[in-house]
Every structure is written in C-alpha cells, then in structure tokens.
Design a protein around this ligand. Structure first.
Ligand SMILES: [Zn+2]
Length: 93
C-alpha cells in the first residue's frame, strides 16, 4: 500500500525529521521536540506527524516526570527518558 498525504491525498510525500512544539499533558508548558519524524507533502506543503508518532509522544509525556524535562530535546532523547509508571493506566484500548 502506497502512502499518501492525509490532507490532499497526494503521493508526492517524503519522510523527514523536524522540530515540533508540544504542550505537556498538564498544560504547564510546551517543549521543543527536535528531529521528530514527520510526513512532508510536496504538493500542499503540509508537515504532519503520523498517528503512531503522536501516540508515542503523548504516551511518553504522560509517563515520564515532566517537571524535570528539558525545554528542548530530540525525539529519541524523549523516548529514552525513564518512565514513572510501567504503562499508561488511563488508556483503555
Ligand atoms: Zn498534501
């Protein structure tokens, strides 16, 4: 199955890594996550994260100690942060 842009359905897309700003689950601040995998559409110019990446970021931000989190770090560094909880108890699927 070939991938296409979620916005304009163009297949003229590339996988890139960009900086994104993400609000913490508790809303206290937003952090910069560098080198975050994204889909970049050459047709409509949209850059967006795939659902799987968004889920990884959201889960991780929920499970780590965000009080000691840097304001800027890479996607890889974020995912390597030790978790406070073993799993996300608030996700029921
Ligand atoms: Zn597009």
């Amino acid at each position: 199955m070939s991938m296409c842009c979620e916005w304009c359905s163009s297949e003229n897309i590339t996988k890139e890594a960009i900086s994104v700003f993400w609000e913490l689950p508790d809303g206290t601040k937003a952090i910069e996550i560098k080198e975050t995998p994204c889909i970049s559409c050459k047709e409509c110019g949209m850059n967006y994260q795939e659902e799987e990446i968004i889920e990884q970021i959201e889960d991780q931000l929920f499970l780590i100690d965000s009080k000691v989190l840097e304001n800027s770090l890479t996607f890889k560094e974020l995912l390597e942060k030790p978790r406070l909880l073993k799993r996300n108890y608030f996700k029921f699927d």
